[in-house]
Ligand binder design. Structure first.
Ligand SMILES: *Cc1c(COP(=O)(O)O)cnc(C)c1O
Length: 360
Protein backbone atom coordinates (compact mmCIF):
# COMPACT_ATOMS: atom_id res chain seq x y z
CA UNK A 1 0.00 0.00 0.00
CA UNK A 2 1.26 3.46 -0.75
CA UNK A 3 -0.52 6.71 0.01
CA UNK A 4 0.03 9.83 -2.08
CA UNK A 5 0.02 13.45 -0.99
CA UNK A 6 -3.49 14.37 -2.08
CA UNK A 7 -4.08 18.08 -2.69
CA UNK A 8 -7.65 17.61 -3.95
CA UNK A 9 -10.10 20.44 -3.27
CA UNK A 10 -12.80 17.92 -2.39
CA UNK A 11 -13.58 15.18 -1.72
CA UNK A 12 -10.25 15.48 -0.02
CA UNK A 13 -7.64 13.98 2.26
CA UNK A 14 -8.82 12.55 5.62
CA UNK A 15 -6.70 11.71 8.67
CA UNK A 16 -5.05 8.33 8.21
CA UNK A 17 -5.83 7.30 11.79
CA UNK A 18 -9.54 7.87 11.12
CA UNK A 19 -9.43 5.69 8.01
CA UNK A 20 -7.60 2.95 9.92
CA UNK A 21 -10.12 3.04 12.76
CA UNK A 22 -12.99 2.83 10.29
CA UNK A 23 -11.27 -0.12 8.62
CA UNK A 24 -10.85 -1.89 11.98
CA UNK A 25 -14.55 -1.43 12.72
CA UNK A 26 -15.74 -2.28 9.22
CA UNK A 27 -17.00 -5.82 9.82
CA UNK A 28 -17.94 -5.60 13.48
CA UNK A 29 -18.66 -2.22 15.02
CA UNK A 30 -17.85 -2.61 18.72
CA UNK A 31 -19.42 -6.02 19.22
CA UNK A 32 -22.62 -5.34 17.29
CA UNK A 33 -21.55 -7.93 14.69
CA UNK A 34 -22.23 -5.54 11.84
CA UNK A 35 -20.82 -2.56 10.02
CA UNK A 36 -22.18 0.92 10.78
CA UNK A 37 -23.29 0.82 7.13
CA UNK A 38 -25.60 -2.08 7.91
CA UNK A 39 -27.07 -0.68 11.08
CA UNK A 40 -30.57 0.70 11.62
CA UNK A 41 -30.41 4.43 12.18
CA UNK A 42 -33.03 3.86 14.89
CA UNK A 43 -30.76 1.49 16.80
CA UNK A 44 -29.24 2.32 20.18
CA UNK A 45 -25.74 1.93 18.77
CA UNK A 46 -26.38 4.43 15.98
CA UNK A 47 -28.15 6.93 18.24
CA UNK A 48 -25.03 6.92 20.40
CA UNK A 49 -22.87 7.63 17.32
CA UNK A 50 -24.86 10.66 16.16
CA UNK A 51 -25.31 12.00 19.71
CA UNK A 52 -21.56 11.78 20.33
CA UNK A 53 -20.80 13.42 16.98
CA UNK A 54 -23.06 16.36 17.82
CA UNK A 55 -21.67 16.69 21.35
CA UNK A 56 -18.08 16.68 20.04
CA UNK A 57 -18.86 19.25 17.34
CA UNK A 58 -20.50 21.49 19.96
CA UNK A 59 -17.41 21.21 22.13
CA UNK A 60 -15.01 21.88 19.25
CA UNK A 61 -16.82 24.98 18.00
CA UNK A 62 -18.17 26.17 21.34
CA UNK A 63 -21.67 26.19 19.90
CA UNK A 64 -24.05 28.18 22.14
CA UNK A 65 -27.14 26.48 23.62
CA UNK A 66 -29.54 28.41 21.40
CA UNK A 67 -28.09 27.00 18.19
CA UNK A 68 -29.15 23.71 16.60
CA UNK A 69 -26.81 21.36 14.78
CA UNK A 70 -28.42 19.72 11.75
CA UNK A 71 -26.95 16.84 9.75
CA UNK A 72 -28.52 16.85 6.30
CA UNK A 73 -27.99 15.70 2.70
CA UNK A 74 -27.97 17.39 -0.70
CA UNK A 75 -24.55 18.95 -0.38
CA UNK A 76 -23.75 22.60 0.08
CA UNK A 77 -25.54 23.32 -3.19
CA UNK A 78 -28.91 22.32 -1.74
CA UNK A 79 -28.41 24.97 0.93
CA UNK A 80 -28.33 27.59 -1.83
CA UNK A 81 -32.11 26.97 -2.06
CA UNK A 82 -32.87 25.98 1.54
CA UNK A 83 -31.44 29.22 2.93
CA UNK A 84 -33.84 31.53 1.03
CA UNK A 85 -36.79 29.13 1.32
CA UNK A 86 -36.45 29.09 5.09
CA UNK A 87 -35.06 32.51 5.94
CA UNK A 88 -36.58 34.92 3.42
CA UNK A 89 -39.40 36.28 5.54
CA UNK A 90 -39.36 39.68 3.80
CA UNK A 91 -38.18 38.08 0.57
CA UNK A 92 -35.07 40.27 0.56
CA UNK A 93 -31.45 39.22 1.09
CA UNK A 94 -28.02 40.72 0.40
CA UNK A 95 -25.25 38.64 -1.15
CA UNK A 96 -21.52 39.32 -1.30
CA UNK A 97 -20.14 37.81 -4.48
CA UNK A 98 -16.57 36.60 -3.98
CA UNK A 99 -16.53 33.60 -6.30
CA UNK A 100 -18.49 30.94 -8.06
CA UNK A 101 -20.08 29.38 -5.00
CA UNK A 102 -21.39 32.71 -3.73
CA UNK A 103 -22.61 33.52 -7.23
CA UNK A 104 -24.47 30.24 -7.49
CA UNK A 105 -26.09 30.82 -4.10
CA UNK A 106 -27.11 34.33 -5.17
CA UNK A 107 -28.59 33.12 -8.45
CA UNK A 108 -30.55 30.42 -6.64
CA UNK A 109 -31.91 32.93 -4.10
CA UNK A 110 -33.24 35.04 -6.96
CA UNK A 111 -35.74 32.25 -7.63
CA UNK A 112 -37.36 32.99 -4.28
CA UNK A 113 -37.13 36.72 -3.69
CA UNK A 114 -35.09 39.85 -4.16
CA UNK A 115 -31.44 38.87 -3.84
CA UNK A 116 -29.12 41.88 -4.06
CA UNK A 117 -25.43 41.69 -4.88
CA UNK A 118 -24.14 44.33 -2.43
CA UNK A 119 -20.45 43.74 -3.17
CA UNK A 120 -18.39 41.74 -5.63
CA UNK A 121 -14.79 41.00 -6.54
CA UNK A 122 -15.64 39.78 -10.04
CA UNK A 123 -13.77 42.76 -11.55
CA UNK A 124 -10.42 41.15 -10.68
CA UNK A 125 -11.39 37.48 -11.16
CA UNK A 126 -12.21 37.11 -7.47
CA UNK A 127 -8.59 37.54 -6.38
CA UNK A 128 -9.50 39.61 -3.32
CA UNK A 129 -12.22 40.20 -0.71
CA UNK A 130 -14.06 43.50 -1.15
CA UNK A 131 -14.18 46.06 1.64
CA UNK A 132 -17.26 45.05 3.63
CA UNK A 133 -17.09 47.62 6.41
CA UNK A 134 -19.88 49.87 5.10
CA UNK A 135 -22.02 48.10 2.52
CA UNK A 136 -25.44 49.29 1.31
CA UNK A 137 -27.24 46.66 3.39
CA UNK A 138 -30.97 46.62 2.61
CA UNK A 139 -33.25 48.01 5.30
CA UNK A 140 -35.46 44.90 5.21
CA UNK A 141 -32.82 42.26 4.39
CA UNK A 142 -33.57 38.94 6.04
CA UNK A 143 -29.88 38.07 6.03
CA UNK A 144 -26.49 38.89 4.54
CA UNK A 145 -24.82 35.98 2.77
CA UNK A 146 -21.14 35.15 2.27
CA UNK A 147 -19.03 32.25 1.14
CA UNK A 148 -16.38 32.54 3.84
CA UNK A 149 -13.55 30.67 2.11
CA UNK A 150 -13.46 30.60 -1.66
CA UNK A 151 -12.36 27.10 -2.56
CA UNK A 152 -11.79 27.88 -6.23
CA UNK A 153 -10.08 31.29 -6.01
CA UNK A 154 -8.29 30.85 -2.70
CA UNK A 155 -9.55 33.91 -0.83
CA UNK A 156 -10.92 34.03 2.71
CA UNK A 157 -12.83 36.58 4.78
CA UNK A 158 -10.32 37.15 7.60
CA UNK A 159 -12.76 39.67 9.02
CA UNK A 160 -16.53 39.11 8.77
CA UNK A 161 -18.56 41.79 6.98
CA UNK A 162 -20.37 44.53 8.86
CA UNK A 163 -23.96 43.36 8.35
CA UNK A 164 -25.42 46.37 10.17
CA UNK A 165 -27.34 44.15 12.54
CA UNK A 166 -28.68 41.70 9.96
CA UNK A 167 -28.12 37.98 10.44
CA UNK A 168 -25.04 36.61 8.73
CA UNK A 169 -25.36 33.36 6.77
CA UNK A 170 -22.06 31.75 5.74
CA UNK A 171 -21.08 28.85 3.54
CA UNK A 172 -18.00 27.53 5.36
CA UNK A 173 -17.59 24.32 3.35
CA UNK A 174 -13.87 24.70 2.70
CA UNK A 175 -12.82 26.28 6.02
CA UNK A 176 -15.03 24.24 8.39
CA UNK A 177 -13.10 23.49 11.61
CA UNK A 178 -9.86 24.93 10.22
CA UNK A 179 -9.53 27.55 12.97
CA UNK A 180 -11.45 28.85 16.01
CA UNK A 181 -14.87 30.31 15.26
CA UNK A 182 -17.28 32.56 17.17
CA UNK A 183 -20.61 30.96 16.26
CA UNK A 184 -22.59 33.76 17.93
CA UNK A 185 -21.52 36.10 15.12
CA UNK A 186 -23.57 34.07 12.65
CA UNK A 187 -27.28 33.50 12.24
CA UNK A 188 -26.34 30.33 10.45
CA UNK A 189 -23.28 28.65 9.05
CA UNK A 190 -23.19 25.51 7.00
CA UNK A 191 -20.85 23.37 4.96
CA UNK A 192 -20.59 20.25 2.89
CA UNK A 193 -18.23 17.99 4.82
CA UNK A 194 -16.27 16.59 1.89
CA UNK A 195 -13.75 19.42 1.97
CA UNK A 196 -12.39 19.27 5.48
CA UNK A 197 -14.40 16.85 7.63
CA UNK A 198 -15.62 13.64 6.04
CA UNK A 199 -17.03 11.78 3.06
CA UNK A 200 -19.34 13.50 0.56
CA UNK A 201 -23.04 13.16 1.30
CA UNK A 202 -23.32 15.08 4.56
CA UNK A 203 -23.92 18.78 5.03
CA UNK A 204 -23.84 20.26 8.51
CA UNK A 205 -25.75 23.40 9.46
CA UNK A 206 -25.38 25.31 12.71
CA UNK A 207 -28.38 27.59 13.00
CA UNK A 208 -29.79 29.89 15.68
CA UNK A 209 -33.10 28.54 16.95
CA UNK A 210 -35.20 31.60 16.18
CA UNK A 211 -34.30 31.24 12.49
CA UNK A 212 -35.91 27.80 12.39
CA UNK A 213 -39.40 28.82 11.48
CA UNK A 214 -42.80 27.42 10.71
CA UNK A 215 -43.66 30.17 8.20
CA UNK A 216 -41.27 29.23 5.41
CA UNK A 217 -41.96 30.17 1.78
CA UNK A 218 -45.15 28.49 0.49
CA UNK A 219 -44.41 25.24 -1.30
CA UNK A 220 -41.21 24.49 0.60
CA UNK A 221 -40.98 20.68 0.65
CA UNK A 222 -41.00 18.98 4.05
CA UNK A 223 -37.45 17.72 3.54
CA UNK A 224 -36.19 21.23 2.78
CA UNK A 225 -37.46 22.78 6.01
CA UNK A 226 -34.91 23.23 8.78
CA UNK A 227 -37.73 22.67 11.25
CA UNK A 228 -38.28 19.14 9.96
CA UNK A 229 -34.66 18.23 10.69
CA UNK A 230 -34.47 20.19 13.95
CA UNK A 231 -37.64 18.64 15.38
CA UNK A 232 -36.43 15.15 14.59
CA UNK A 233 -32.81 15.26 15.69
CA UNK A 234 -31.65 15.05 12.06
CA UNK A 235 -33.53 11.74 11.79
CA UNK A 236 -36.80 12.65 10.10
CA UNK A 237 -35.77 10.11 7.49
CA UNK A 238 -32.67 7.97 7.13
CA UNK A 239 -29.69 10.30 7.59
CA UNK A 240 -26.38 9.81 5.74
CA UNK A 241 -25.52 7.44 8.56
CA UNK A 242 -22.08 6.18 7.63
CA UNK A 243 -20.89 9.65 6.63
CA UNK A 244 -21.93 11.09 9.99
CA UNK A 245 -20.04 8.27 11.73
CA UNK A 246 -16.82 9.24 9.89
CA UNK A 247 -17.42 12.94 10.68
CA UNK A 248 -17.69 11.94 14.33
CA UNK A 249 -14.29 10.27 14.14
CA UNK A 250 -12.78 13.41 12.62
CA UNK A 251 -14.29 15.50 15.45
CA UNK A 252 -12.59 13.17 17.97
CA UNK A 253 -9.33 13.44 16.02
CA UNK A 254 -9.54 17.24 16.21
CA UNK A 255 -10.29 17.16 19.95
CA UNK A 256 -7.32 14.83 20.49
CA UNK A 257 -5.10 17.26 18.54
CA UNK A 258 -6.07 19.99 21.00
CA UNK A 259 -9.08 21.55 19.27
CA UNK A 260 -9.48 24.39 16.81
CA UNK A 261 -6.98 26.73 18.47
CA UNK A 262 -4.18 24.22 17.89
CA UNK A 263 -5.50 23.25 14.46
CA UNK A 264 -5.57 26.93 13.46
CA UNK A 265 -1.93 27.39 14.51
CA UNK A 266 -0.88 24.32 12.54
CA UNK A 267 -2.79 25.56 9.49
CA UNK A 268 -1.13 29.00 9.68
CA UNK A 269 2.29 27.41 9.85
CA UNK A 270 1.51 24.97 7.07
CA UNK A 271 0.15 27.62 4.70
CA UNK A 272 3.13 29.90 5.42
CA UNK A 273 5.51 27.21 4.12
CA UNK A 274 3.84 27.38 0.72
CA UNK A 275 3.11 31.13 0.60
CA UNK A 276 6.66 32.05 1.68
CA UNK A 277 8.00 29.93 -1.13
CA UNK A 278 5.59 31.46 -3.68
CA UNK A 279 6.63 34.96 -2.57
CA UNK A 280 10.31 34.21 -3.13
CA UNK A 281 10.02 32.05 -6.25
CA UNK A 282 11.16 33.34 -9.63
CA UNK A 283 8.90 30.89 -11.47
CA UNK A 284 5.74 30.39 -9.42
CA UNK A 285 3.46 33.06 -8.00
CA UNK A 286 0.29 33.09 -5.95
CA UNK A 287 -2.78 34.65 -7.57
CA UNK A 288 -4.46 36.17 -4.50
CA UNK A 289 -3.97 39.52 -2.77
CA UNK A 290 -1.81 38.82 0.29
CA UNK A 291 -4.14 39.92 3.05
CA UNK A 292 -7.04 37.82 1.72
CA UNK A 293 -5.21 34.54 1.25
CA UNK A 294 -6.92 31.32 2.27
CA UNK A 295 -5.21 28.91 4.65
CA UNK A 296 -6.90 26.00 2.92
CA UNK A 297 -6.80 26.52 -0.85
CA UNK A 298 -3.67 27.96 -2.45
CA UNK A 299 -3.88 28.77 -6.17
CA UNK A 300 -0.68 29.54 -8.08
CA UNK A 301 0.64 29.82 -11.65
CA UNK A 302 3.90 29.88 -13.57
CA UNK A 303 2.59 32.33 -16.16
CA UNK A 304 2.80 29.73 -18.92
CA UNK A 305 0.00 27.23 -19.52
CA UNK A 306 2.51 24.74 -20.99
CA UNK A 307 4.73 24.91 -17.90
CA UNK A 308 1.65 24.66 -15.66
CA UNK A 309 0.62 21.45 -17.40
CA UNK A 310 4.18 20.09 -17.25
CA UNK A 311 4.34 20.85 -13.52
CA UNK A 312 1.01 19.17 -12.78
CA UNK A 313 2.06 16.05 -14.70
CA UNK A 314 5.52 15.78 -13.14
CA UNK A 315 4.17 16.48 -9.66
CA UNK A 316 1.67 13.63 -10.05
CA UNK A 317 4.51 11.32 -11.14
CA UNK A 318 6.32 12.26 -7.93
CA UNK A 319 3.29 11.49 -5.72
CA UNK A 320 1.76 14.99 -5.35
CA UNK A 321 -1.66 14.54 -6.88
CA UNK A 322 -4.69 16.70 -7.73
CA UNK A 323 -2.74 19.93 -8.11
CA UNK A 324 -4.54 21.07 -11.25
CA UNK A 325 -6.48 24.31 -10.73
CA UNK A 326 -10.27 24.39 -11.05
CA UNK A 327 -11.40 23.77 -14.63
CA UNK A 328 -12.68 27.34 -14.86
CA UNK A 329 -9.46 29.09 -13.76
CA UNK A 330 -6.54 26.88 -14.84
CA UNK A 331 -3.10 27.01 -13.23
CA UNK A 332 -2.52 25.05 -10.05
CA UNK A 333 -4.23 24.81 -6.70
CA UNK A 334 -2.96 23.07 -3.60
CA UNK A 335 -5.72 22.35 -1.11
CA UNK A 336 -4.05 21.87 2.24
CA UNK A 337 -6.90 20.93 4.56
CA UNK A 338 -6.60 19.88 8.20
CA UNK A 339 -5.59 16.32 7.36
CA UNK A 340 -2.72 17.31 5.04
CA UNK A 341 0.40 16.85 7.15
CA UNK A 342 2.95 19.69 7.16
CA UNK A 343 5.53 17.28 5.68
CA UNK A 344 3.29 17.04 2.61
CA UNK A 345 3.57 20.79 2.05
CA UNK A 346 7.30 20.86 2.82
CA UNK A 347 7.94 18.09 0.32
CA UNK A 348 5.76 19.80 -2.27
CA UNK A 349 7.83 22.98 -1.86
CA UNK A 350 11.06 20.98 -2.28
CA UNK A 351 9.62 19.52 -5.46
CA UNK A 352 8.66 23.01 -6.69
CA UNK A 353 12.19 24.27 -5.99
CA UNK A 354 13.63 21.47 -8.06
CA UNK A 355 11.15 22.11 -10.89
CA UNK A 356 12.03 25.79 -10.82
CA UNK A 357 15.76 25.07 -11.22
CA UNK A 358 15.10 22.69 -14.10
CA UNK A 359 12.76 25.01 -15.97
CA UNK A 360 14.20 28.47 -15.53
C1 LIG B 1 -17.53 22.45 -2.83
C2 LIG B 1 -18.27 23.65 -2.41
C3 LIG B 1 -19.65 23.78 -2.63
C4 LIG B 1 -20.47 22.74 -3.34
O1 LIG B 1 -20.60 21.63 -2.55
P1 LIG B 1 -21.56 20.40 -2.96
O2 LIG B 1 -21.57 19.60 -1.70
O3 LIG B 1 -20.88 19.72 -4.10
O4 LIG B 1 -22.88 20.94 -3.32
C5 LIG B 1 -20.27 24.91 -2.16
N1 LIG B 1 -19.58 25.88 -1.52
C6 LIG B 1 -18.26 25.77 -1.30
C7 LIG B 1 -17.56 26.87 -0.58
C8 LIG B 1 -17.56 24.67 -1.74
O5 LIG B 1 -16.24 24.58 -1.52
Amino acid sequence: MSRVYNFSAGPAVLPESVLREAADEMLDYRGTGMSVMEMSHRSKAYQAIIDQAEADLRKLMGIPENYKVLFMQGGASQQFAMVPMNLMKNKVADYIITGQWAKKAWQEAKLYGQANAVASSADKTFSYIPDCSDLPISEDADYVYICENNTIYGTKFHRLPNTKGKDLVADVSSCFLSEPVDVAKYGMLYGGVQKNIGPAGVVIAVIREDLIREDVLPGTPTMLRYKTHADNGSMYNTPPAYGIYICGKVFKWLLDMGGLEVMGQINEKKAAVLYDFLDSSTLFRGTVVKQDRSLMNVPFVTGSTELDAKFVAEAAEAGFVNLKGHRTVGGMRASIYNAMPIEGVEKLVQFMEKFEKENR
